[in-house]
Design a protein around this ligand. Structure first.
Ligand SMILES: Nc1nc2c(ncn2[C@@H]2O[C@H](COP(=O)(O)OP(=O)(O)OP(=O)(O)O)[C@@H](O)[C@H]2O)c(=O)[nH]1
Ligand SMILES: [Mg+2]
Length: 229
């Protein structure tokens, strides 16, 4: 009886890129709504793709039950590696820094079941805790989101969110290009015209240090333009 149920389960591969996230990774992993997802028919595979952390990130992630893979080519390479090594029908990404609410996975996956190819956890439609996003990052994200909306003709509110899920099949056996923080933009370019939904989420202040730099904003804009034309 159980076997039959297992057969009907949808596998979700949760990819968490990490670089020195020993302060946040345990909390992120402990808050994944694994039991609820199982009840709903999802089998979860958790892949922490670590970029060569100098702290205890990998050790903590292993202790919390994640599969840990070392990939030191930057954030985009980490996400690509996760997609490549994943066995799931659905891919989910989240940061390892405690900023995103893992509980929102349930509602976001439901939107994939409803037929969307990609679902974004939108901080701009949701809420941002005081100090969680600098005004510079907020401005940059708004500008990049506008650029993406103009280029692709599909309106979203939060291009740069690190919490998103998509159907692996929608990638058509290709991997999103780019380096570092361009990965969200390149996934966006590949999938946004295949059907996107957004779920409002709460964004909290990160634990540990941010790896995002101002120049990443420019690289994201260039990536959007390059992938569109
Ligand atoms: N594997 C890997 N992961 C990375 C690398 N750079 C960043 N990350 C991870 O990617 C996720 C996003 O990076 P963050 O520093 O949180 O960037 P952000 O979310 O845009 O900015 P904050 O709002 O300040 O957190 C985090 O889990 C990082 O640890 C890298 O070079 N390799
Ligand atoms: Mg973050």
């Amino acid at each position: 009886m159980n076997l039959k149920k297992e057969k009907n389960m949808t596998t979700v591969s949760l990819i968490i890129p990490t670089l020195n996230e020993e302060e946040g990774i345990a909390e992120v992993l402990q808050n994944i709504p694994e039991a609820r997802l199982k009840e709903l028919g999802y089998e979860l595979e958790i892949l922490v793709i670590d970029g060569g952390s100098k702290d205890d990130t990998r050790k903590i992630a292993r202790k919390e039950g994640a599969t840990v893979i070392l990939e030191d080519g930057g954030k985009a390479a980490a996400v690509r590696r996760g997609i490549k090594d994943s066995t799931g029908d659905f891919i989910f990404t989240i940061d390892g820094d405690g900023t995103y609410p893992p509980s929102a996975m349930v509602e976001m996956l439901q939107e994939l079941q409803n037929g969307h190819a990609m679902v974004l956890g939108s901080r701009l439609d949701g809420s941002i805790s005081k100090g969680a996003m600098s005004s510079m990052n907020m401005f940059g994200n708004r500008m990049l989101t506008r650029l993406a909306n103009g280029l692709y003709g599909v309106k979203v509110s939060d291009l740069c969110t690190g919490m998103r899920c998509f159907k692996k099949s929608a990638l058509d056996n290709r991997l999103p290009p780019g380096k570092g923080f361009e990965i969200e933009a390149s996934i966006h370019g590949m999938l946004v015209r295949k059907g996107v939904a957004e779920i409002p989420i709460e964004y909290r202040s990160r634990m540990g240090e941010s790896k995002l730099r101002t120049r990443d904003g420019i690289l994201i804009a260039l990536r959007l333009l390059k992938d569109r034309f």
